[in-house]
Design a protein around this ligand. Sequence first.
Ligand code: SF4
Length: 212
Amino acid sequence: MKILKTSPSDLETYANCPYCWLLKAKGKRQAPTAAMLFGSRLHKAVENYHKEVYPETPEEMQKYIDEYENLYTQDYQVVEDFWSLPLLDTDITFNMKVDLVKDDFLIEHKTSARPYSQSFVDVHRQITAYSWAWRMLYTEPEQGIKVNVFLTNPKPEDDLIQVLETERTQDHYDEWSEWVKGVLSGIENDEFEPNEHGKYHNFPECPFYKDE
Ligand code: SF4
């Protein structure tokens, strides 16, 4: 299959389950999981905070925003903005939505039941993609990269927001670009087998569908 555009999450979808990617490409609807819905509401609440838009914040979000206010002031360079650029040396458009740029730091928001480990963040491909895009667009490195993990099931002694810092080097980009080429080759060669061991079995059309 020939594609004209993709995104970091689209590539991850293929890596997780090629059949899932195909169903999405055909416009089939995925049943949203509770975690996905929570993530969207959280991103919106944080965006509203920076943009000083004050609709009624859902009660379940307010405690996160209260803690977030102690970590980040409202001023920003970029909030929930779209970046678009050619993917490596292909004619495929690479689209992404950037959560936050502040003080030249690239900042990602994640939601998770459990804290992230530093080693996980240090090799997270989506973050590598954002950092690569930054350097392509701005031609110089970001000041740093931060990942805010909004914990949905924190221990009583934990903060609600875990903040991790990481960095990306040419080695990360080299490894990532080889991985991207592998994904693009699978799509081009119509390799779309379901992965029964994949995450998020939420495509009702698929035999491996699981109702949450
Ligand atoms: S339900 Fe599971 S196996 Fe089926 S498309 Fe979705 S992720 Fe893949």
